[in-house]
Ligand binder design. Sequence first.
Ligand SMILES: C[S@@+](CC[C@H](N)C(=O)[O-])C[C@H]1O[C@@H](n2cnc3c(N)ncnc32)[C@H](O)[C@@H]1O
Length: 347
Amino acid sequence: MADTLGMAAQIANNALRFSWYSGINWLMGREAQRLGPRPRYIPERPVPSEAELMADLRALFLADAAAVRDGLYPPAEPAGSLGRHMRDLRAMFDDLPATVQRRTQADTASAAAVADANGLPDYYTQDFHFQTGGYLSADSARLYDVQVETLFYGAAGPMRRAGLKPIAAFMRGKDQREVALVDVACGTGRFLREVRLAYPALRAKGLDLSQAYLDEARRHLQGLRPVELICANAEQMPFPDASCDIVTAIFLYHELPGAVRRRVTAEIARVLKPGGLFVLIDSLQMGDRPGWDGLLEAFPVRFHEPYFAHYATDDLDAMLSEAGLDAQETSQAFLSKVMVARKRGAN
Ligand SMILES: C[S@@+](CC[C@H](N)C(=O)[O-])C[C@H]1O[C@@H](n2cnc3c(N)ncnc32)[C@H](O)[C@@H]1O
């Protein structure tokens, strides 16, 4: 039976999150401007109108709700208390002066100064998004989700959940207890939480290079069946060949240099079983929506994203194919794209 109540709940949830985070986005922008006005960057390429952006956002929210109605995944459940959320928001505002100062001085070195940075690759130990401590501090892990949701007007959840649709198709007729999934670069575990809610018995693991982010993921997964969380580099994953049925990677690829992106893709192909599923979600690329290319041009100017420009024009289909992954379909979800591929070879 269609879950129309679930669909209504999902629409209400998304609408509420959109209103809330739009307000926070506006307040953050105003406060950032007060702290250190930055020259306005006018992209050469076209940008969408606000009406176009909002229409696309509405389409994303409707598709998310329709997936709940169709039983592809359950309605979203809030993780954590309102009190904790308000404290995280406050901490994000408190951190803003330091972030603005780093942006003004083009200083991206606070992550490299953290003790945990020893031995990690140089491409990683930078202050992505001008975050204090890059990915290497507990404070950064704590602020990450509210920062991302503020940036995307509360749409990060539905963009990630778009990855649950190909997983639902793959899972049809399978016993979830026998299916192994790894979320590569799982960060604070937001997608793993959605996976766990949809598939309580799946053999789910998360891997990330930041112990601080994995600790935050553990907190978000509290109360659900345990998920194994592993601190390791996606370039060398501690899993045997052909041991995973599903690998997901969300918002990772744009943060990797081109050569590392290829090594990680080869590693994902190595650990997947023949016929296994790879779901890649990341930013739109240049030309995906030509009228939106100006947004992709402006993004790495506003945020420290040293590899984004390369990512935005990288030939991902060719990269997947070279690694032995056959692209099956690509769809768009607001500012992100969802690429679905299968490991070459028999099922
Ligand atoms: C933009 S965040 C995305 C996190 C999460 N997937 C999400 O949906 O929010 C990028 C994540 O990639 C991780 N990361 C970056 N390079 C990595 C690498 N070589 N190996 C493992 N994790 C990496 C970072 O620690 C961070 O948690």
